[in-house]
Ligand binder design. Structure first.
Ligand code: IPE
Ligand code: IPE
Ligand code: MG
Length: 292
């Protein structure tokens, strides 16, 4: 099957399972969760996890709950990120943000509910003889990368650093945590569930961090091109820091480093390579390098 179809099949499976998970109730919070999650998300993190899991031969029924849980956590982070006390964004995925439809207090609780639901879903994932250990390790991995040492820690740096004074190291740390956190967990969990060696997990982590950095630089490039209302809070942005040309160069160099990380552990996954390369603004250049 060609790679595009394989990704479509995986994305469809995720969409279906998310719908199933979010049909567990019909209260206001379930309505708000459905509004936020069942919208036009790229599902990039679940695709990373399923690609990594495929490489390590993890069965779909075992990994799908984790891929969906990660997407629920990502969506909780977006609902909270858009709140007036955070980035104060009125729109998400081309439609009004959760708090614009349901109010700030409900949006806050919607994010909370998504986070708890994610852990409920992971805890319910099928067990098995050797699998229980992998499962608890994967849950721990996700909680660490989503928490203070990962995504939440990165969000803290995002709102506390003054964009005029931030250093390059701090900016990198912010991005590795804020965006790289959930992205890295997506990739390493595929390996953990498949019993990857520590050398392989280390390579997956290096791949994830570089993909996370590339992902945020790309998002910053897109953000820099947008017009923001005057009341938007100033946030650190790679394009403002490096300038547009250097930001693009850095994006591509992190994609290359992600591909090198896979090679160091001989992880020959076409899907993981593809998911990194698709972030490139110079996509064709890198693809040519790959085939020559
Ligand atoms: C947006 O993530 C937030 C960042 C971490 C940059 P995505 O670009 O993956 O958003 P969706 O899920 O596709 O809407
Ligand atoms: C959001 O980062 C990251 C998280 C929610 C963890 P940004 O603020 O840069 O992403 P957008 O531009 O709102 O999607
Ligand atoms: Mg934001």
């Amino acid at each position: 099957m060609i790679i595009k179809e394989r990704f479509k099949q995986k994305k469809d499976a995720v969409e279906l399972e998310l719908e199933r998970i979010l049909s567990r109730g019909n209260s206001l919070l379930f309505q708000a969760m459905r509004y936020s999650v069942l919208s036009a998300g790229k599902r990039y993190r679940p695709l990373l996890m399923l690609a990594s899991g495929d490489y390590f031969h993890v069965e779909m029924e075992r990994i799908l709950p984790f891929a969906c849980a990660l997407e629920l956590i990502h969506n909780y982070s977006l609902v909270h990120d858009d709140l007036p006390c955070m980035d104060n964004d009125d729109y998400r995925r081309g439609r009004p943000a959760c708090h614009k439809v349901y109010g700030e207090n409900i949006a806050l609780l919607t994010g909370d509910s998504l986070l708890s639901l994610a852990f409920e879903v992971m805890a319910e994932a099928p067990d098995g003889k050797d699998f229980s250990q992998h499962k608890s390790k994967a849950i721990r991995e996700i909680s660490l990368y989503a928490g203070v040492g990962g995504m939440i820690g990165g969000q803290l740096l995002d709102i506390t650093y003054n964009p005029e004074e931030i250093s390059e190291d701090r900016l990198m740390e912010l991005m590795i945590k804020k965006t790289g956190g959930l992205i890295t967990a997506s990739v390493t969990v595929g390996g953990i569930l498949g019993g990857a060696s520590s050398h392989q997990t280390g390579a997956l982590q290096a791949y994830g961090e570089n993909v996370g950095l590339a992902f945020q630089i790309r998002d910053d490039i897109q953000d820099a091109a947008k017009d923001y209302p005057d009341n938007s809070p100033p946030r650190p942005n790679c394009v403002h820091f490096f300038g547009p040309d250097k930001a693009r160069e850095k994006l591509d160099s992190h994609i290359r480093d992600a591909l090198i990380a896979l090679e160091t552990a001989s992880i020959d996954s076409e899907e993981l390579r593809h998911l990194a390369i698709r972030l490139s603004v110079l996509k064709e250049k890198i693809e040519n390098e790959q085939t020559t």
